[in-house]
Design a protein around this ligand. Structure first.
Ligand SMILES: [Zn+2]
Length: 310
C-alpha cells in the first residue's frame, strides 16, 4: 500500500515536472530552430547551452513553485489545528493548563529558535507548539507555524540541543513553506482552492495525518528534508544551542540497529533519506555556518523530561 502510494505520488510529481520541461523545450526550439545555421557549430553550441540553462531554470522554478499565499498557509494551519484538537484519539494532546512546566520548557526552546533572527516569516505566522501524549518517535509541523511533538520523541532524546535540532527542522519546513510547495506540486491548485473555500474541509485532517507520518513524512521531498536540516543548523548557530544537535536524532537512529527502538522507527526509516547522509550534510552545514560549539543543556533537558506525565 505504502509503495503504491509513493509510486503514484512520484509519478504525479515527475509527470508534472516533465510536462513543464517539454513545454520549455518546445518553446526554446520554436524560437531558435529557424535561426540556426546547420554549418555553424558555435551557434549550435549556443543553442544547446541556452536550452540547458532554461531547462535548469525551469527545474528551479518547479522546485520552489508555490501557488498559495501566506494567508493560505495560515488559514490551512488554523483549520488543521482545530481538527487536530478535536481528533483526540488520533492526537491525544497534553493539556497545557495541567502541564505548565512541560509547556514552559518546550515554549522556551521554540522561542529561542524563533528569536535567532534568521527565521523567515517569523512575524507572519502564529507560532504554537503542542505536545502529543503518545509513545511515538516523531514530531511534525502544519503550515502557518503549528508544531507538534510526541512525548515519545521528547523522552527518547538525550539533551535540549537535540530537541532544539528537531524543533528547528520543523520550524524550517514551515518557514520555507514546504507543505504548500508540495501541495502545489502534488495536489494541484483546484484541490487547494476547494480546501480554502471550505468545499472539502475534511481533507485537512488527511493532510495533517500525512504530515504526521514520520518527522514530516511522505509530504516532503528529500530536497525539502536536506533544506530543512541546513536551515535548522543556520538557526541553531545563532542561538546558545550546539548546532550539531540537529544531527543528534539521526546519530541516535544509526546506533539503534537491532534494539527495541528499531521497530518504532520503521516508518521513519522507510520515508526518509538515509540518516548517515543527513548527518554528513548537517556537519557540512555546521562548518559553513562557522562551526559554533554551543551548549547541549543536558541537565535542563532532564528537568523537562521529568515534567512530563510518567
Ligand atoms: Zn522533515
Amino acid at each position: 500500500m505504502v509503495c503504491t502510494a509513493i509510486t503514484k505520488k512520484y509519478l504525479m510529481k515527475y509527470s508534472h515536472n516533465l510536462q513543464i520541461l517539454i513545454e520549455m523545450y518546445k518553446f526554446v526550439s520554436q524560437i531558435f530552430c529557424l535561426s540556426i545555421n546547420k554549418k555553424n557549430i558555435r551557434m549550435k553550441l549556443k543553442f544547446i547551452s541556452l536550452s540547458l540553462t532554461l531547462i535548469l531554470a525551469s527545474c528551479a522554478i518547479v522546485k520552489t513553485l508555490n501557488l498559495y499565499s501566506i494567508d493560505d498557509d495560515k488559514e490551512m494551519g488554523r483549520q488543521m489545528y482545530a481538527q487536530i484538537a478535536n481528533a483526540k484519539s488520533d492526537f491525544p494532546l497534553l493539556d497545557s493548563a495541567r502541564n505548565v512546566a512541560a509547556y514552559a520548557h518546550i515554549n522556551r526552546i521554540m522561542n529561542a529558535i524563533l528569536n535567532s533572527g534568521v527565521v523567515a516569516h517569523r512575524n507572519d505566522f502564529d507560532w504554537t507548539v503542542k505536545i502529543i501524549d503518545s509513545d511515538v518517535l516523531n514530531a511534525f509541523a502544519v503550515p502557518g507555524g503549528k508544531l507538534y511533538f510526541y512525548t515519545g520523541l521528547i523522552k527518547y532524546l538525550d539533551n535540549e540541543a537535540q530537541l532544539a535540532g528537531v524543533m528547528a527542522h520543523e520550524i524550517a519546513h514551515v518557514a520555507a513553506r514546504h507543505s504548500t510547495q508540495q501541495m502545489t506540486k502534488q495536489l494541484g491548485s483546484q484541490y487547494i482552492t476547494s480546501l480554502i473555500l471550505g468545499e472539502n474541509p475534511n481533507q485537512y485532517l488527511a493532510i495533517a495525518g500525512q504530515l504526521a507520518n514520520g518527522l514530516g513524512g511522505l509530504a516532503f521531498s528529500r530536497t525539502d528534508e536536506y533544506e530543512a536540516d541546513a536551515l535548522a543548523v543556520q538557526y541553531l548557530s545563532r542561538t546558545e544551542y550546539n548546532p550539531l544537535g540537529v544531527a543528534g536524532f539521526f546519530e541516535k537512529i544509526i546506533n539503534e540497529t537491532g534494539s527495541a527502538e528499531q521497530s518504532k522507527l520503521q516508518t521513519f526509516m522507510s520515508t526518509h533519506p538515509s540518516s548517515a547522509d543527513r548527518v554528513r550534510k548537517i556537519r557540512e552545514a555546521w562548518v559553513a555556518n562557522g562551526s559554533k560549539t554551543g551548549n547541549d543543556f543536558k541537565e535542563r533537558y532532564q528537568q523537562f523530561k521529568n515534567s512530563l506525565p510518567k
